[in-house]
Design a protein around this ligand. Structure first.
Ligand SMILES: NC(=O)C1=CN([C@@H]2O[C@H](COP(=O)(O)OP(=O)(O)OC[C@H]3O[C@@H](n4cnc5c(N)ncnc54)[C@H](O)[C@@H]3O)[C@@H](O)[C@H]2O)C=CC1
Ligand SMILES: CC(=O)[C@](C)(O)C(=O)O
Ligand SMILES: [Mg+2]
Ligand SMILES: [Mg+2]
Length: 350
């Protein structure tokens, strides 16, 4: 493993150079991988595995939109696409990529399909770590491994297609065969990871639930809305409020952060902007610390899990979710956003 200095802390990572695809292919040579669930991660990981020469089949509920999508992506019913349990029985590596609530519902059936020496693969620590709520306790005679892409399943695929790779974490929870670690790393590389950093199931789920509720999604959505509304209350137009809150971030400034870090972005803005941002950053930081403390506690004590399972296990959860997403889409802010996006020169030409 390569030793990398992450800001003064040495960590070991596995890169696609030191663990090349050829090595992954050899390790997975005699395996049949079943991707159970063809939602967001399922397609990204399944297609990358297939393109990387791994024997992969898909298990999905018959008849729904995800099944049709798998067919459209070239998986053939009866050959490489099966109902969930049939796929799970055929496989030696079961990639459990149903929604986390779906994993709980299907667990008794999946458990019954596991053979001694199989590997049960997750992209989240959720099911295993919150076992008191999920009931997911793998049998002792299988490997239990994790490769968790740090990005959307869409990006898992688009990064692969453009020749880059997603970063993923990996973890071994249970090593029955003595091969759990190599199977885990081989899968991590074969799904298209550029490098993998090591974690545990527990640390993965705590950090992942915090990140998505926090800066990556929840906090981001919240602070954007707060600033947009503030500007609107003070008489600014929707286009001005949206540009100054979202468009400039996604089209310019966050790209500089991605390229070269926060200081680089600051260095390429006006001295006026720098002064103000440097002064206000600690105020925002201090304002949200108590919210973040509550968030981490709520993750750790299982409250977030309870909420996810409650809401996402309801029969009408899809309708309710769509209504919530629809409300965002139809809000003035995001309708303004749609108009702003349409005005980007590259979109205007179409
Ligand atoms: N969405 C993403 O990009 C990421 C997801 N993950 C993890 O990957 C795993 C899969 O997540 P997603 O791809 O978002 O899942 P998803 O929400 O897209 O669901 C996948 C499939 O599960 C099926 N499903 C749901 N409930 C079911 C049930 N009761 N019975 C049978 N099938 C059912 C649905 O047909 C759907 O196609 C989760 O553990 C998630 O936390 C990790 C990183 C990113
Ligand atoms: C994309 C990702 O890794 C998330 C946000 O954690 C998720 O979809 O669960
Ligand atoms: Mg994540
Ligand atoms: Mg997540």
């Amino acid at each position: 493993m390569a030793k990398i200095d992450f800001g003064g802390v040495m960590e070991e990572v596995v890169t696609s150079e030191e663990f090349p695809l050829e090595k992954a292919r050899t390790i997975l040579e005699n395996e049949v991988v079943a991707v159970i669930g063809y939602g967001v991660q399922g397609p990204g990981q399944a297609l990358n595995l297939r393109d990387n020469g791994v024997r992969v089949i898909v298990g999905q509920r018959e008849g729904g939109a995800s099944w049709d999508r798998a067919v459209a992506d070239g998986f053939v019913p009866g050959k490489t696409l099966f109902p969930i349990e049939e796929a799970a029985r055929k496989a030696t590596i079961i990639q459990y990529l149903l929604s986390d609530a779906g994993q709980v519902a299907m667990w008794p059936k999946i458990k019954a399909c596991l053979n001694e020496g199989d590997a049960l693969y997750f992209s989240h620590g959720f099911g295993v770590v919150y076992k008191d709520q999920t009931g997911i306790v793998p049998p002792e005679n299988v490997d239990v491994i994790l490769a968790a892409p740090k990005g959307s399943g869409r990006t898992v695929r688009t990064n692969f297609l453009d020749g880059s790779g997603i970063n993923s974490s990996f973890a071994v929870f249970q090593d029955f065969t003595g091969r759990a670690r190599e199977r885990c790393l081989a899968m991590g590389i074969a799904i298209g990871s550029g490098y993998l950093f090591e974690t545990t199931f527990e640390r993965e789920v705590y950090s992942d639930l915090t990140g998505e509720r926090g800066v990556l999604m929840g906090c981001l959505a919240g602070v954007m809305e707060a600033q947009y509304d503030l500007l609107r209350r003070h008489g600014h137009s929707p286009s001005e409020a949206f540009n100054e809150t979202v468009e400039e971030l996604t089209q310019s400034l966050i790209r500089l952060v991605a390229e070269n870090g926060m200081d680089w972005m600051f260095a390429n803005t006006s001295t006026t902007a720098q002064r103000g941002a440097l002064d206000w950053a600690p105020r925002f930081r201090d304002a949200v610390i108590p919210v973040f403390d509550r968030l981490y506690e709520s993750v750790k004590n299982g409250d977030e899990t309870r909420r996810v399972l409650d809401v996402n296990s309801a029969p009408d959860y899809r309708e309710k979710l769509n209504a919530e997403l629809d409300a965002i889409r139809k809000s003035e802010m995001w309708r303004a956003g749609s108009a702003v996006r349409a005005l980007r020169p590259e979109n205007r030409k179409q």
